[in-house]
Design a protein around this ligand. Structure first.
Ligand code: PLP
Length: 386
């Protein structure tokens, strides 16, 4: 009997190991300072850790409700009301997920049908495209141009068709460190209001926004929030990316569809971590209120240190990433420059082109400043020597 070929035809043939894993591995091999992957090299609040231990000790160790523990959903509703003047219903509109990644995947899976078109803006976070492909959707990518990376609304309107089902946006934006303003949401609304088009708004850096007017959330727009899924991540807010707890907020009818996917993807999320996060949101709101100042200091420290280098740092109004232009240093493309930088300078960064489908001929790298001051100083010293 002949054996069948047991190598499945890939549903995602173009995907390999992500650049984040590759760069972190290269950084480890060369003992480089790792400013590539986006996670802090410091821990989250002691109080949050203590509450996790407390809830474990109290026996909160079995499955949480599918939609998330009620105290956490209520705390999220209250925080949202305080920040964006809109209180989602904890019962029907809020779903706690295994990080923002799961919320994004569940929302895309629930909303995108085979043949539907989805618009996103490149550079874009790497989890959107595979989820759209697996759902049978067609991704239309609109390029944002440096240095301002503003959406071109005329090009956006031209991209719309009868098949457009979903627009994916991300503010504050990884990797460009730019943010949307109310006027961007107005422009989006004017473009899509008349069609049945949904919005997936990735706001995982909502509390790391340096804009004077603060973070503009899709939830603050009365029209858009009727058709939007807003996604956030406690990993970013509380320096605990490894906990993988996030959530999404969407109107009841949309949430009901997202929950059908979530129910069979993870069913529910780590119970004691959810309870600890609920305590944290309730009793320590100053943590996220002070987060912009906390990260602004790190952003400014790295920016000032790099002023003595040949890198040109671009403005950063949100996220914990800084873009640096290396054209004065090298003609290499950004991927080979980052490999060279890790090997020769001992600093790992992420090339911007990996966030784009089309060729991205700019000489830009992304540096993560969610690091201890000593880490940032040591990295800057190395970069200044080039
Ligand atoms: C823009 C963006 N969206 C989503 C995520 C994923 O968040 P989580 O770790 O909560 O899954 C990240 C993490 O880096 C991100 O930068």
């Amino acid at each position: 009997m002949t054996q069948p070929n047991l190598i499945p035809a890939s549903k995602l043939p173009a995907l390999g190991t992500t650049i984040f894993t590759q760069m972190s591995a290269l950084a480890a091999r060369h003992n480089a300072i790792n400013l590539s992957q986006g996670f802090p090299d410091f821990s989250g609040p002691d109080y949050l850790q203590a509450r996790l231990a407390y809830h474990v000790s109290q026996g909160a160790n079995q499955y949480a409700p599918m939609t998330g523990v009620l105290p956490l959903r209520e705390a999220i509703a209250d925080k949202t009301a305080a920040l964006y003047d809109y209180r989602p219903d904890p019962e029907h509109d809020i779903t706690v997920t295994a990080g923002a990644t799961e919320a994004l995947y569940a929302a895309i899976t629930a909303l995108v049908r085979p043949g539907d078109e989805v618009i996103c803006f490149d550079p874009s976070y790497d989890s959107y495209a595979p989820a759209v492909t697996l759902a049978g959707g067609v991704l239309k990518r609109l390029a944002l141009q440096p240095p301002a990376f503003r959406p071109d609304w005329q090009a956006f309107r031209q991209q719309l068709s009868a098949k457009t089902r979903l627009v994916i946006i991300n503010t504050p934006h990884n990797p460009t460190a730019t943010v949307w303003s109310d006027s961007d949401f107005t422009a989006l609304w004017q473009a899509i209001a008349a069609q049945e088009i949904y919005v997936l708004s990735d706001e995982v850096y909502e509390h790391i926004c340096f804009a004077e007017q603060g973070h503009a959330s899709v939830l603050a727009h009365a029209g858009l929030r009727q058709r939007a899924v807003a996604v956030s991540s406690f990993g970013k807010t509380f320096h605990m990316t490894g906990w993988k707890v996030g959530y999404c907020i969407a109107p009841a009818a949309l949430s009901a569809e997202i929950r059908k996917v979530h129910q069979y993807l993870t069913f529910s999320v780590n119970t004691p971590a959810q309870l600890a996060l609920a305590d944290m949101l309730r009793t320590r709101p100053e943590h996220y209120q002070q987060l912009p100042a906390f990260y602004r200091a790190r952003r400014d420290r790295l920016t000032q240190a790099l002023a003595a280098s040949r890198f040109k740092v671009l403005p950063c109004t949100g996220t914990y990433f800084l873009l640096a232009d290396y054209s004065a240093l090298s003609d290499r493309d950004d991927v080979s420059f980052c490999e060279w930088l890790t090997r020769e300078a001992g600093v790992a960064a992420i090339p911007l082109s990996v966030f784009c489908a089309d060729p991205f001929p700019h000489r830009l790298i992304r540096l993560c400043f969610a690091k201890q001051e000593a880490t940032l100083d040591a990295a800057a010293e190395r970069l200044c020597q080039l």
